[in-house]
Ligand binder design. Sequence first.
Ligand code: GRG
Length: 278
Amino acid sequence: MNDRLRELLPTAPQGANDVLFRAAAEALLGRGKRVRPVMTMLACEHVGGRAIDALDLGCAVEMIHSASLVLDDLPCMDNATLRRGAPTIHISHGEDAAILVAIALLNQAYAAVLDARTIRPEVKLAALRNLTKAVGFDGLSQGQIRDLRDTPDRRDENGLRQLNHQKTSALFINALESGGAVGGATADQIRSLASFGEAIGFAFQLRDDLMDAVVSSEETGKDERQDAGKITFLDLWGEERLRAAIDESLERAREAIGPDSSLSRYAERLMRNAHLER
Ligand code: GRG
């Protein structure tokens, strides 16, 4: 995966200013878990396709995710100093470079889908259309502005569910649906993958909220207590109920696609994170 991500990143022309290229490589090739691209590939395999055919699409999703992390870390958003175990991009290269890296990675993601040789043209177009939805007004961007600006009275259970859907689940659902489409999924299979993505995205955000509160920054590679001052499900529900909700969501995910799928097994391993075991 890392090799392909590296190949899909342009290198600076000889003698050119290479700040954007170096900063983009740092943002993309750092110590991320690669959860979304792995799911894209497993979704393709789940419906009978070859995982490798969905590799470039998965890399595109990872580029979008990495761009969103660079923006999320900016001083005007979460003001984070540490990400994936390294200084955040605006700390190492400046805010100007960080903003431009995010824009460049987002564009490179769309280019990677357009250029993918293993994806049929009509599937590419649908994947691009879905990516624009996952990033825009009903996806990451809207989820993020709500996370930054919603007043506490809007952060009730319903509000937080919607926010988490836009901020986190939308990209998971997209990664899974598009991976399935590359593998030739039927409409029913796409619906199952979307339900799986919804459940896993929710569980993943709950897990992220819990890790923020109870795991050290050496283990997460991120600043600690980044959510302090924001109402999350941990505040609404407390730790016990939140852990139970993670288990329930995992169960729903398993039911959506079946327990024997390698996707289900991957999700299970991901959630049984050593740092959160008791
Ligand atoms: C224009 C791309 C774009 C985004 C604009 C900034 C923004 C809107 C959205 C940020 C949304 C955000 C930070 C969601 C959090 C999702 C989440 C749970 C991140 C952690 O994902 P992991 O654990 O991280 O997969 P690694 O580092 O392992 O990849």
